[in-house]
Design a protein around this ligand. Structure first.
Ligand code: SAM
Ligand code: SF4
Length: 336
């Protein structure tokens, strides 16, 4: 008999899905201007958040029944969820490539526990190396804590440690070379992310997007670069022709989500902290997995909802086009 409980999640465009993003909380200890308003965020009630057991169950179904290979934890700020290493250990036991995206502010305290629990890779978000600018961007004076967090992640053996830098015109677009220097010296890969229309304040405009060409051009003028073949990852990668800096940082990347989207090879789905499945960051519809989990649904019931979500996936987002619809939830609520 054929075991049809094991099947790949393939959408209408032939894309096979193997990557899960899990938001573990919508809360955050920062208030980045491009993500959250200073005040007035309404948090999801705690009882609506999936428990670790519920998250593990969804992940297990995706790994065991649908061949998922990688999981990234995000938020909100994932490290503000209590006992995060407990969840990391549960997911690491599934044998997946497990990663975390964090603002880094609490990493000095938790990096060792996360590594011991089985976390592999880490991305730390940092948008300015200048204290006053960092404070204006995050509305927190915590640059030193983030820098200590980066060192703690490297020391804990998390590998690779990558920095995510959102470039915004007129805000931090003069820091590309400073970040390249920082990455070369500290042995971390810097990845520049184009600003996307997912800010809670709805202040995004196309003119604020700093393109890949501009970023790479600025760095290449100081540290000559050559492209690395792209593969299935969203980042366009470039290596330093001189081999990299004293700390070993040998590469820089750009995620051109707006100017050159990677939708054609997208293999991701997302689980929000309140248990909704989204087939795209920019999806306007969500399907309610929490309701299935909490009404005694079987693994097959979960699979059906996941398949339905993937089948409904669009070819890609349409930022900048007239028919683009902004999702009703912002980045921190979806899970970036
Ligand atoms: N709090 C964690 C952090 O900041 O790394 C994880 C969640 S955060 C929403 C995930 C990533 O999304 C961060 O790298 C952040 O810089 C990025 N991000 C947030 N709002 C964005 C926007 N409007 N455009 C592009 N990237 C954004
Ligand atoms: Fe918090 Fe991350 Fe959003 Fe900044 S980008 S407010 S750190 S969730």
């Amino acid at each position: 008999m054929v075991d049809d409980s094991r099947r790949e999640l393939v959408d209408g465009f032939g894309r096979v899905h193997r990557d899960l993003r899990i938001s573990v909380t919508d809360r955050c200890n920062f208030r980045c201007t491009y993500c959250m308003p200073e005040e007035g965020m309404v948090w999801q009630p705690r009882e609506e958040l999936l428990t670790f057991e519920e998250i593990e169950r969804v992940a297990r179904v995706l790994v065991e029944r649908h061949g998922f290979e990688s999981i990234r934890l995000t938020g909100g700020e994932p490290t503000v969820r209590a006992h995060l290493p407990v969840l990391v250990a549960k997911l690491a036991a599934l044998g997946v490539d497990l990663a975390l995206t964090t603002n880094g502010a609490t990493l000095a305290a938790v990096a060792d526990d996360l590594a011991a629990a089985g976390l592999g890779r880490i991305n730390i978000s940092l948008d300015s190396l200048r204290r006053d600018r960092f404070e204006a961007l995050t509305r927190r004076d915590e640059l030193d804590r983030v820098l200590a967090g980066i060192d703690a992640a490297v020391a804990a053996g998390l590998d690779p440690v990558k920095l995510n830098v959102v470039m915004i015109r007129g805000v931090n677009d003069d820091e590309a070379v400073d970040f390249a220097t920082f990455g070369r010296e500290r042995g971390v890969t810097v990845r520049f992310i184009e600003f996307m229309p997912l800010d809670a304040g709805q202040g995004w405009s196309g003119g604020q997007v700093v393109s890949q060409a501009e970023i790479v051009g600025a760095i290449d003028a100081v540290y000559p670069l050559e492209p690395v073949p792209r593969g299935s990852q969203p980042a366009e990668r470039f290596r330093y022709r001189d081999g990299g800096g004293p700390g070993g940082g040998a590469e820089v990347g750009v995620i051109p989500s707006v100017t050159e989207p990677f939708c054609g090879s997208c293999d991701r789905i997302r689980l929000t902290a309140d248990g909704q499945v989204r087939n795209c960051l920019f999806a306007v519809d969500e399907l309610d997995l929490r309701a299935v989990l909490r009404s005694g649904g079987s693994d097959e019931d979960l699979s059906r909802v996941l398949e339905q979500a993937v089948r409904a996936k669009w070819a890609g987002h349409a930022i900048g086009q007239v028919h683009f619809i902004r999702p009703h939830r912002s980045m921190s609520q979806i899970g970036g």
